[in-house]
Design a protein around this ligand. Structure first.
Ligand code: PLP
Length: 478
């Protein structure tokens, strides 16, 4: 496919938008410039292909399509059926899953669908029984009351937030923490690794309905075979949220015990992180949960987004190509090179390294909070995010960690040598930044001191590093 075609497509699109609201066209153009110029190390972000991006910008967006393929509540969905069926087929083939549901709009939505499906499958409730047979409108106030009480009594065991779990795994600020009575498993304080014996002990004591595996900030492989055995031993449904590492599963870097799909009853994911698709979510499940999962919309989801399902089909087709496996392996090789570069310069990493796409730096060794480090790096053209470390003394807002990930830079083509240079830039910024003070002289967890000239110099070095690996080389908007 000619590079010229990509430039023409995006240039023409911007011209059409500019004729209506030039400020939007300008912002879209500026975003490309910003993304091209920044060293993006956000572990949950990536760069979708031009084909994936273009599949989203069209009239599929105009179509309502509640229901499932061949069973819609709206007429005229034959073309939506085509793309939804294609996306689901690619997902099943790619992950070896019995069933795929590609409607969730995001990872959080996919988790809500999964929770509902498991509850509907497991809870003996007259109210839920009615809901299962698509009679939600027939539920009385008393039914809803009974339902809420029953949902509230359900138990979920998931990874604790500071060990790397996600808010949707039963934590209070999220609906999952209100629907479920939650208990967490953490990591071994000495090694930072999941202690499966402790997970088994917690499961025996707590008897969860759902055992959740998966994480947002744990830099190691997880043994899903062992977690499934633990779930089985207490009669729990085993759910895995592979939002972060779906690309590593798709690219067959995580296989056997480390591939969640053959072990879990239900697997949820985002499509936009290491999987490199459009922003969105997806649920994969065993056949017995398929009917409940397919009721995601309208049970907990708004109407499906056909333009995004079209883009999911494109991205999943890309992930089925042999070069995606190479990409996935390079993500991990790069993360390990980055970890080694940081360790050799004296940084402290949670678990001492990584075997996935992310690295968690404990910045307390530099005398900084995560917030100070995040801002100092940002001043220097390096985009990361602050993150809690296990037993974090600075809590979830200031934190003591910086999470960095390699999916995006690997898409641009950077390799091990550039990861070492990146480690050097990060280490220089963090060693040259000092914690600041409040107006009254007390130590601040947010303020910091970094020489502006040094920050500029690092930002220029970051831009130079990226110059050899242009982002979207086929797109020239000038
Ligand atoms: N699950 C995990 C493990 C995540 O890390 C995230 C997002 O960072 C989500 C779910 C939520 O995804 P989304 O932002 O698409 O709702």
């Amino acid at each position: 496919m000619s590079r010229n075609a990509e430039s023409t497509a995006f240039r023409s699109a911007l011209e059409v938008i500019r004729a209506v609201e030039p400020r939007v066209a300008d912002a879209i153009g500026a975003e490309l410039t910003d993304q091209r110029e920044s060293l993006k190390l956000i572990a949950s972000e990536n760069y979708a292909s031009p084909a994936t991006l273009l599949a989203m910008g069209n009239w599929f967006s105009d179509k309502y399509a509640e229901g499932t393929v061949g069973r819609r509540f709206y007429a005229g969905c034959q073309n939506v059926d085509t793309v939804e069926a294609l996306a689901a087929e690619h997902a099943r083939e790619l992950f070896g899953a019995a069933h795929a549901y590609v409607q969730p709009h995001s990872g959080i939505d996919a988790n809500l669908v999964a929770f509902w499906a498991v509850l509907a499958d497991r809870v003996e409730s007259p109210a839920l029984k009615k809901a299962q047979v698509r009679q939600v409108n027939d539920l009385t106030e008393a039914d809803w009351f009974a339902l809420r009480r029953e949902l509230g009594n359900q138990r979920m065991l998931g990874m604790s937030l500071d060990a790397g779990g996600h808010l949707t795994h039963g934590f209070r600020p999220n609906i999952s923490g209100k629907m479920f009575d939650q208990r967490s498993y953490g990591t071994d304080p000495a090694t930072g690794l999941i202690d499966y014996d402790r997970v088994a002990e917690a499961a025996r004591e707590f008897k969860p309905l759902i055992l959740v595996g998966g994480y947002s900030a744990y830099p190691r492989k997880v043994n899903f075979r062992i977690l499934r055995e633990i779930a089985d031993s207490v009669g729990a449904t085993f759910m895995v949220d592979m939002a972060h590492f779906a690309g590593l599963v798709a690219g067959k870097v995580f296989t056997g015990d480390f591939d969640p799909v053959p072990h879990a009853h239900i697997v949820t994911t985002t499509t936009h992180k290491s999987l490199r698709g459009p922003r969105g979510g997806m649920v994969l499940c065993q056949p017995e949960l398929a009917d409940q999962v397919d009721r995601g919309c309208p049970m907990v989801l708004g109407g499906p987004l056909p333009h995004v399902m079209a883009a999911k089909a494109v991205a999943l087709a890309e992930a089925r190509r042999p070069d995606f496996a190479d990409y996935a392996q390079r993500i991990v090789d790069n993360a390990q090179a980055l970890a080694e570069g940081l360790l050799s310069r004296g940084a402290t990493l949670v678990t001492g390294g990584t075997d996935n796409h992310l690295v968690l730096i404990d910045v307390s060794g530099y005398g900084l909070t995560g917030r100070q480090a995040e801002q100092a790096l940002l001043d220097s053209g390096i985009v990361t995010n602050r993150n809690s470390v296990p037993q974090d003394p600075n809590g979830a807002w200031y934190t003591s960690g910086i999470r960095i990930g390699t999916p995006a830079l690997t898409t641009r083509g950077l390799g091990a040598a550039e990861m070492d240079q990146t480690a050097e830039l990060i280490h220089t910024v963090l060693t040259q930044t000092t914690a600041g003070a409040n107006a009254d002289g007390t130590p601040s967890k947010a303020k910091y001191n970094l020489d502006a000239g040094l920050a500029d110099k690092i930002a220029r070095q970051a831009t130079d590093l990226l110059a050899t690996y242009p982002l979207y080389p086929g797109i020239d908007l000038s």
